[in-house]
Design a binder for this molecule. Structure first.
Ligand SMILES: Cc1cc2nc3c(=O)[nH]c(=O)nc-3n(C[C@H](O)[C@H](O)[C@H](O)COP(=O)(O)O)c2cc1C
Length: 608
């Protein structure tokens, strides 16, 4: 990572901050604000401290490594579309018939020799320093506490290396790790993830599970850790494929797990499958806290390091975040892997404010009735794509998927209740809106067909419509209409919620000659003039089976849920920065933000 730092200085726009800054909130808040800027930089904090614990760390913290598409592209060394093209070629390989075909295939196959990780039988640079068990002290690492209500400090960019019970499968996953004390970490591998499946095997066999967590090294290891590789495929194969050189792995000192030789820090240990401990809360990339839940615990056996390690970390919360750029590369690279199950898929896009699993847009060629519905089921049935709650399919004549303004118009001009599919399936471990954890509503929109014939409502001004709405429902405080130039204008209202909004929807049905699509949000912490955050809020907050109604108009209840909705899980709070910390950083000239910026990205509650 020392090389990465030099490389970022030369090839990207790394900012070095030499002022002593706290790992609790100060460093994370600065990085969180930086990544929201259009020209965001990587940040190196050279003097991390922990005021509460009285610690001055002897290694720097590097954040926002993937701070832009450009930097992500440079880290890859090629455009992610080019990686996708290589994967596409491989998937389409056919047995050669003639000698010339065989010869043409040679370079392609030759490139594959770089894919397989190489196991070395000597120690790696990451093992220059070996800290024995008795001296292990996680407090020596500048582990961040990113949000004020977090249950503690968390390693946020840990590469978690595990293997199956029989040792035949290896896995690299990026999972956050909570620091409990000097030698124990909470393993937040979610129920659907590969390390969790391995854990189940060890639990059944009653055996301790070895784990090695690496930090730093080539940033591509970090990206590979979050890549949704099919179960059983080691992410280091993808590393070799992208880099064009084999990953070089060395054996951990106290277990049999192999890790890249050149990472900065390795935390080795074992998970006792009989012991779980409460993990969280943690301000997550959904922009909400994930609630307390029991997770496995790793007891650290040893920590190994390079001589001068750099500690890599990220901060998650409300979009946009660093995962926007990692997710962009993932979306591009994985397109060819979706095609075998959805061959007429042209392209797809996961808007960052849909936090990836809450919204997907997909463009396809349509060959037969219900073709889009077939793809919806395919997506909801396979791998990590099955976490997606809302999927919108458009035809090949649709505008570019990332042209959100034009695309929304295209979709709204084709939106009809009969083309909306509401069903159930698995939902992401982090989803907070489904009535039961892990399973919930799915909504698919087939917007591949012809335009709706006419706008069969009378358009009123926002003021006129609000007056009519308030005559019927008194707790509506604001109204704003969007896309009134389409066949399905969207009317967003904000309410001071006291009862279930399904009742409000029923009462407002008499206004069906003025409303085509109604969206309801809470008045607290929602700005009717900020569609970016409104979309973030609504796709986060809804479970389609409960919150979407298709008669007399399309209505969506995007409010927070509670017992008035018959919702008996705990509803989590939003991630908000600490005002005290922001004010202090602003005074010291370490950030430069105004009220508009704070409101735009929901940094503070609106009443603070
Ligand atoms: C910044 C960041 C943090 C993440 N944290 C977690 C986490 O705590 N737990 C988890 O299961 N997945 C987390 N993920 C998603 C996983 O890394 C991703 O689903 C990955 O494909 C899992 O690998 P696996 O399929 O090999 O288990 C995170 C992703 C990112 C980008």
């Amino acid at each position: 990572m020392q090389d990465v730092v030099e490389w970022l200085k030369a090839n990207a726009n790394l900012k070095v901050i030499d002022e002593p800054l706290d790992v609790e909130l100060e460093i994370p808040h600065i990085a969180y604000i930086e990544v929201k800027k259009p020209d965001s930089s990587q940040l190196l904090f050279t003097k991390p401290i922990n005021k509460a614990k009285g610690i001055e760390y002897d290694m720097p913290v590097l954040m926002n490594i993937f701070a832009s598409k450009d930097t992500t592209h440079k880290i890859f060394g090629k455009h992610p579309d080019d990686v996708a093209e290589g994967i596409d070629e491989l998937l389409k390989l056919k047995p050669p018939k003639k000698l010339i075909d065989k010869l043409k295939m040679v370079p392609k196959l030759f490139r594959l020799k770089n894919v397989f990780p190489r196991r070395l039988d000597f120690k790696g640079e990451c093992q220059e320093v070996i800290i024995p068990k008795e001296q292990v002290d996680l407090d020596k690492l500048p582990i961040l506490k990113t949000w004020q209500e977090d249950g503690g400090a968390f390693i946020t960019m840990g590469q978690v290396y595990t293997q199956s019970l029989d040792g035949t499968m290896q896995n690299l996953g990026m999972y956050r790790l909570q620091q409990y004390d000097k030698n124990r970490l909470g393993m937040h591998w979610q129920i659907h993830k590969d390390a969790s499946h391995f854990f189940d095997q060890y639990q059944k066999a009653g055996k301790k599970m070895p784990v090695s967590v690496a930090i730093g090294g080539d940033p591509l290891y970090i990206w590979c850790g979050q890549a949704p590789m099919p179960h059983g495929m080691f992410e280091m194969l993808l590393y070799g494929f992208v880099r064009g050189t084999n990953a070089q792995l060395v054996k951990s000192i106290t277990n049999d797990i192999y890790i890249p030789r050149d990472v900065d820090i390795v935390i080795e240990g074992f998970v006792d499958p009989t012991k779980l401990e409460i993990e969280g809360p943690f301000g997550d990339h959904t922009g909400y806290y994930t609630l307390k839940e029991p997770f496995p615990v790793m007891e650290v056996e040893t920590i190994t390091m390079k001589q001068n390690p750099v500690y890599a970390a990220t901060v998650v919360g409300k979009p946009p975040l660093e995962d926007k750029y990692m997710g962009w590369a993932t979306e591009r690279v994985f397109l060819p892997m979706l095609k075998p199950m959805a061959p007429d898929l042209i392209d797809y896009n996961m808007p960052e404010n849909g936090v990836f699993h809450n919204l997907i847009l997909a463009k396809m060629q349509v060959h037969y009735p219900a073709h889009a519905k077939q793809f919806m089921h395919a997506f909801w049935g396979v791998g990590q794509m099955s976490f997606v709650k809302h999927a919108i399919f458009v035809g090949e004549d649709a505008p570019a998927l990332e042209d959100y303004e034009a695309l929304t118009k295209y979709i709204l001009n084709r939106l009809k209740p009969e083309n909306i599919l509401i069903t159930q399936g698995i939902v992401d471990h982090l989803d907070h809106s489904s009535p039961k954890q892990f399973e919930g509503g799915k909504l698919g929109v087939d917007a591949t067909g012809d335009e709706v014939e006419s706008l069969d409502i009378e358009l009123l001004s926002d003021k006129e419509l609000l007056a009519k709405v308030q005559e019927i429902v008194s707790n509506v405080v604001g109204l704003r209409q969007y896309f009134t130039d389409t066949k399905n204008p969207i009317c967003v209202i904000s309410v001071e919620k006291k009862k279930s909004q399904l009742k409000t929807i029923k009462m407002l049905r008499v206004l069906s000659s003025f409303i085509k699509v109604l969206v309801i949000v809470d008045s607290a912490n929602n700005d009717l003039h900020n569609p970016y955050m409104l979309l973030w809020r609504v796709v986060n907050n809804i479970d389609a089976t409960r919150d979407v109604k298709l008669k007399e108009f399309i209505a969506i209840d995007g409010t927070n849920k509670s017992e008035v909705d018959g919702f008996d899980r705990e509803w989590p709070g939003d991630t908000h920065c600490s005002k005290k910390v922001l004010d202090n950083l602003q005074q010291r000239g370490l950030i430069d933000i105004n009220d508009e910026f704070i409101k735009k990205f929901g940094l503070l509650p609106f009443d603070e």
